[in-house]
Design a protein around this ligand. Structure first.
Ligand SMILES: [Zn+2]
Ligand SMILES: [Zn+2]
Length: 135
């Protein structure tokens, strides 16, 4: 997909005298477009952050930076809990922990994830952590 400053989004440019042009305004200056994973809008490559299929547009990042629902949406397709690289530079450690927790919980609620092995393997660690928090 491509996107032009005039707002036109198109899958293939028009060809005019051997030059690729925007079908909307005829400009030959247009960018490759990528789809934002959160809002679904096509944006210029330059306005998207992340890698591979985890591209998020500048607007979504700006507006919803600390919205955990947004993050769960953005990470819901992830194969595992490896966070899109983008999170590592816009969030601090506490926020990332909150995101992981949120994503894990959402997966568990959908039945995609069985955390029972985790609880049995790490029961002592969890108990310790809880005791610490009660202090
Ligand atoms: Zn145009
Ligand atoms: Zn977006």
């Amino acid at each position: 997909m491509f996107i032009c400053d005039c707002g036109e989004i198109f899958s293939s440019p028009e060809v005019h005298r051997g030059t690729d042009i925007c079908p909307g305004c005829g400009s030959k200056y247009f960018d490759e477009a990528v789809q934002c994973k959160v809002c679904g809008e096509y944006v210029s490559n330059d306005d998207a952050y992340g890698y591979g299929h985890d591209l998020v547009c500048r607007d979504c990042i700006g507006n919803r930076k600390h919205d955990l629902d947004f993050l769960a949406t953005a990470s819901s397709d992830a194969e595992d809990f490896e966070l899109p690289i983008i999170y590592r530079y816009i969030f601090d450690d506490d926020e990332i922990n909150a995101i992981l927790y949120h994503a894990a919980k959402a997966k568990q609620e959908r039945g995609d994830l069985d955390l029972s092995y985790f609880v049995s393997d790490y029961a002592n660690d969890i108990a310790e952590k809880l005791c610490e928090e009660e202090k």
